[in-house]
Write a protein that binds this ligand. Structure first.
Ligand SMILES: Cc1cc2nc3c(=O)[nH]c(=O)nc-3n(C[C@H](O)[C@H](O)[C@H](O)COP(=O)(O)OP(=O)(O)OC[C@H]3O[C@@H](n4cnc5c(N)ncnc54)[C@H](O)[C@@H]3O)c2cc1C
Length: 405
């Protein structure tokens, strides 16, 4: 079996793993990132790059180049509750460098980060390499066992990071207890064409007992259609015509494009929504971050941004330790202490919104009226900065402190 050695091995080349890999490599730490796929191409993953992440890119001196990649910008979140229209969030009122959400395919974002990280000789990216198990040395995790293009490989490391997403293999192998917060709905992702006369906002709709979100993506709308948990099989069984009819009752100005655009269920991607978090993020030698530590509901599009925030916090706390040696469990616990509250705050909001609004809407037990808070946002527009701030900047925003070497 091939055997490698590194200071920090990161399983998973998603937003959390790639950003942490970049930050540590930039600070001179020898770091190895394992990604099980051959590329970063995934459709409809987290494509919502929020002001918090754009601020991190600015602090790294990468923002201008990053924003030269093709992307769309959204500055307002609007919503329809029945026939009532409301502007819910206004990013232009934020005190951040970028007053918008950048909508960019996740693979462009990851390719960009990988390209920057590869400039450091101490950064190693092993594609098509899947972490299968943890290497233990007594009580301590001392690396991972993986399979790569040339067979089995063992990678020994002073620190192992599980950034392998919400179905994390390493988390499962670690035995760390996971708490499921429940999610009463799933999401169907689909695309609808956009016309020049359409708005350029993020538009949410709660209409006719249905829940629909349209995200401006330049020449098309990326759409999320909420369904009751596990309901996709029933929708398929009812057939495409019935689905299109239902979709048209909530697609608003884009209803006229549904028939021509949706011709096959293969165009629709199911996101099985999961909301959970680890009670303990670390064991000696191992730390979980990003979705591996906390899978988020798609509400607010915060998943990749929280993963990036975890990566920045991890580099700030553990980078200086890794420059000197091997982190202790107490060092790893500091990352959870720093990131647990923001995770809890966002998940609490998501669970409250899904239980109070989405689930009853989909069950047909709630009228399509706007919550009282939304009515206030219509009366006092300056209040719209607060939802934008909560979603776009988040609670306890992270800033890059680890210096480049
Ligand atoms: C369909 C869908 C739509 C979404 N839409 C949004 C959105 O609009 N906005 C938003 O912010 N978030 C969205 N999310 C959530 C968002 O994608 C995640 O929260 C975010 O990507 C988490 O980043 P991560 O790096 O922790 O994990 P991931 O992005 O899941 O990355 C994990 C990486 O690890 C790799 N991997 C997995 N197992 C192994 C292994 N054993 N060994 C090596 N590599 C491994 C995977 O291939 C992957 O590249 C969406 C998620 C899905 C599934």
């Amino acid at each position: 079996m091939e055997s490698l050695s590194t200071t920090c091995v990161i399983a998973g080349g998603g937003p959390a793993g790639m950003m942490l890999g970049y930050l540590l490599a930039r600070a001179g730490v020898d770091v190895t990132v394992l990604e099980k796929h051959a590329d970063f191409l995934r459709d409809f993953r987290g494509d919502t790059v929020h002001p918090s992440t754009l601020t991190v890119m600015h602090e790294l001196g990468l923002l201008d180049e990053f924003l030269r990649l093709p992307h769309a910008q959204v500055s307002r979140i609007t919503g329809y509750f029945g026939d009532q229209f409301a502007t819910i969030g206004d990013f232009e009122r934020l005190p951040s460098i970028c007053k918008f959400i950048a909508l960019m395919p996740q693979w462009d974002f990851l390719d960009f980060l990988a390209g920057k990280a590869k400039q450091f000789p101490n950064f190693h990216l092993l594609m098509e390499t899947e972490a299968k198990d943890l290497l233990a040395q007594g009580e301590r995790i001392a690396g991972v066992l993986a399979t790569g293009p040339n067979g089995h490989v063992q990678i020994r490391a002073g620190l192992t990071i599980a950034a392998d997403g919400r179905h994390s293999t390493l988390r499962e192998k670690s035995g760390l207890p996971l708490r499921d917060l429940g999610a009463p709905f799933d999401v169907l992702w689909l695309k609808l064409p956009r016309l020049d006369s359409d708005p350029v906002d993020l538009v949410g709709r709660i209409q006719n007992g249905q829940f629909f979100v349209m995200i401006y993506r330049g020449h098309y709308w990326q759409c999320a259609y909420g369904i009751t948990k596990g309901g996709f099989d029933k929708i398929r069984a009812e057939g495409l015509n019935r689905f299109r009819t239902r979709l048209k009752t909530v697609a608003g100005f884009a209803a006229d494009r549904v028939d021509a655009a949706i011709t096959d269920f293969d165009q629709i991607k199911l996101l099985t929504v999961t909301v959970n978090r680890l009670e303990k993020w670390a064991r000696p030698g191992l730390l979980c971050i990003g979705d591996a530590a906390h899978a988020m509901s798609p509400l607010g599009g915060v998943g990749i941004n929280l993963a990036i925030q975890d990566a920045v916090a991890t580099s700030n706390i553990l980078g200086p330790v890794l420059q000197q040696g091997v982190p202790k469990l107490s060092d790893l616990k500091q990352v959870q202490a720093r990131r647990a509250f923001p995770t809890w705050a966002i998940q609490t909001f998501q669970v409250a919104a899904q239980n109070a609004i989405l689930a009853p809407t989909l069950a047909g037990t709630r009228a399509d009226r706007a919550p009282a808070i939304v009515k206030l946002l219509n009366v006092w527009p300056w209040l719209r900065q607060f939802p934008a701030r909560f979603i776009g900047i988040g609670v306890r925003p992270e800033h890059v402190q680890l210096k480049a070497k």
